[in-house]
Design a binder for this molecule. Structure first.
Ligand SMILES: Cc1cc2nc3c(=O)[nH]c(=O)nc-3n(C[C@H](O)[C@H](O)[C@H](O)COP(=O)(O)O)c2cc1C
Length: 113
């Protein structure tokens, strides 16, 4: 499947391949993530379906080390959260609906492992 992205590029992805390839990562290299990749991940989230198309999600890109440490504490002390050089915090503006946008973001990251 080829999907045009908002930057004029093309993402090639076999959906079943992405589903099979995806896995949870809890060890990270201290390397920044290119802005173009982050933007594609956010674009994937933006295109997710939502109840009544309300799109009640907001993303915060966190690179600051101290903030990452605070996020790790907030995530029940899961220290690998602070180890990741970039954290995408997916926020729901309401707790009324399940946020399917996160699934899209996660699936696209499997392209970049
Ligand atoms: C709703 C949800 C919450 C999760 N929360 C955490 C978490 O807090 N910490 C963590 O390390 N993994 C978390 N996971 C990842 C699961 O542990 C992981 O998907 C599962 O062990 C299967 O491994 P895999 O993702 O490599 O296939 C979560 C997964 C889901 C779907």
């Amino acid at each position: 499947m080829t999907i045009p992205d908002s930057g004029g590029g093309i993402i090639r992805m076999d959906v079943m391949e992405a589903i099979k390839k995806r896995r949870s990562i809890r060890n990270f290299k201290d390397l920044d993530v290119e802005q173009v990749k982050l933007e594609k991940m956010l674009e994937a989230g933006r295109l997710a379906p939502s109840a009544s198309n309300r799109q009640e999600w907001r993303y915060v890109i966190v690179r600051d080390k101290q903030t990452r440490k605070k996020l790790a504490q907030a995530a029940s002390g899961q220290t690998f959260v602070a180890q990741s050089p970039v954290v995408i915090v997916c926020c729901a503006e309401t707790d009324e609906h399940v946020m399917s946008c996160v699934r899209n973001v996660i699936l696209l990251t499997s392209q970049y492992q």
